[in-house]
Design a protein around this ligand. Structure first.
Ligand code: AMP
Length: 435
């Protein structure tokens, strides 16, 4: 199948050829005809599958060939994303695919000067890509109206809810006309996502690309049990093994990411952090430096890394496991794309065993547990233990036939236990503010 079978405008096909896209990806092959037919859509699709083009191409086609005309302060299509980085990426894609169409587009998100955004909105737009918070600011200031929106896209809806955007979303949805097409993309489908979908999609077509919560089968998952206090040494050890390899490292908090970057830089590695406390410029620069190879290690929190379009990343290292198991799937979604093989390595201390179990339950494949030579924990990782109450020793079944016997007890009697890890936080909003 090639793109010409969809009946897209020739100017779009030309732009796709210039992008070097020859064939649609599976999500594009399924979603484009449904969207062109005017259906609402609920699509389960992770980043890296080509979902941006899956909604952008039919959207651009509709706007370029339809009867609607942009009006001052009005928006014809609204795309909401959870993060500024994703908004910028989606907007870049829209500009690339729509370069021969003459449509007016803009992106608005927080952390940057509001005035140029205001000017763009007042002129009227064919497509607006926005994060919810900044869009609400503009709505309150009367810079823009959503009364004439023809198409709404919610991208990474699950993450928007994780980040506490539900009230903002409800406010925005309340200002949209009832007669519109709505498309919702989400990597996961928790109950709250289904409820949100029910509240604003009309008789949606549903499609699921890659089975629910599945990670690419070309990714190997490896867990290294380590003491919490030895994690940063173990990380350095793994990174130093091939210092030219581009690696995305996940840390749980903004503070933790900065500390890791300082530690890695002191050790001679080229590293930068990307998280919610960094200015937009710093985040954009870090991502560009990582993509160009000027830095080889990008340390990120879950929220900052969400939706980052980083192609063909061979390795992701979890310095800390995510508090929400689905985030593991999102993290790993950046490796093993398009059939390339990828490695997902997690440094896990006993305090993270609950998280590890939750992750294993989500994955179709087994997590392989391998003790890293020189970093043997004093007590073997006990996957059946509850949090900090590990009792050490004894035979324990491991998921998927992995190898508990490979874990050696290296701690001499009477030596101190592993230091305590981070406190558990179940509140997603609080996590969002840390990440
Ligand atoms: P996304 O899932 O939208 O983040 O897209 C992931 C990557 O795939 C981006 O770098 C796109 O430029 C690329 N891509 C999307 N569709 C195609 C296609 N049909 N052929 C080749 N590359 C594509």
């Amino acid at each position: 199948m090639d793109f010409s079978t969809f009946g897209l405008a020739p100017a779009l096909l030309r732009a796709l050829a210039e992008q070097g896209y020859n064939n649609p990806t599976p999500v594009q092959a399924q979603a484009i005809p449904l969207i062109l037919d005017g259906h609402d859509l609920l699509a389960g699709s992770q980043t890296g599958t080509g979902k941006t083009a899956a909604f952008s191409l039919p959207l651009l086609h509709r706007l370029a060939t339809g009867n609607g005309r942009r009006q001052p302060r009005q928006v014809r299509a609204l795309i909401l994303t959870p993060t500024r980085e994703l908004a910028a990426q989606v907007h870049d894609s829209i500009k690339a695919y729509g370069r021969h169409l003459g449509l007016r587009t803009a992106q608005v998100f927080g952390g940057v000067n509001i005035n140029p955004q205001t000017a763009a909105l007042r002129g009227g737009l064919d497509i607006l890509v926005a994060t919810p918070g900044r869009l609400i600011d503009h709505l309150q200031q009367g810079n823009v109206s959503l009364a004439q929106v023809e198409v709404l896209v919610l991208d990474e809806a699950d993450r928007m809810l994780d980040m506490g955007f539900l009230p903002a979303l409800k406010k925005i949805l309340g200002q949209l006309p009832a007669d519109r097409q709505s498309l919702m993309f989400s990597a996961t489908f928790a109950e709250e996502i289904r409820q949100l979908a029910q509240s604003f999609l009309r008789d949606p077509q549903q499609l699921q690309i890659a089975s629910r919560n599945a990670t690419a089968s070309s990714v190997s998952h490896c867990v290294h049990p380590v003491e919490a206090s030895a994690k940063k040494d173990a990380l350095l050890h793994l990174l130093a093994a091939d210092s030219r390899r581009q690696t995305l490292v996940f840390a749980r908090t903004k503070h933790g990411s900065d500390k890791l970057v300082r530690w890695l830089s002191k050790s001679g590695l080229k590293a930068a952090a990307i998280h919610g406390n960094k200015s937009q410029n710093a985040r954009t620069r870090a991502l560009a430096d990582f993509k160009s190879g000027r830095i080889t290690v990008l340390v990120a929190t879950d929220i900052a890394a969400r939706g980052l379009d980083i192609d063909q990343l061979p390795m992701v290292i979890n310095h800390d496991l995510p508090m929400v198991a689905e985030d593991y799937v999102h993290r790993i979604g950046r490796t093993g794309r398009n059939g390339a093989s990828g490695l997902a390595v997690s440094l896990v201390c006993q305090d993270e065993v609950d998280q590890l179990r939750a992750i294993q339950r989500l994955l179709p494949q087994s997590l392989q547990i391998d003790v890293l030579a020189g970093f043997e924990p004093s007590v073997p990782l006990d996957i059946n233990a509850r949090g900090k109450k590990a009792n050490g020793g004894g035979r324990r079944p491991q998921p998927g036939g992995s190898r508990p016997q490979a874990q050696r007890k290296a701690r001499p009697a009477g030596s101190p236990r592993a230091p305590h890890g981070h406190p558990r936080q179940r509140n997603r909003k609080r996590m969002a503010s840390n990440a």
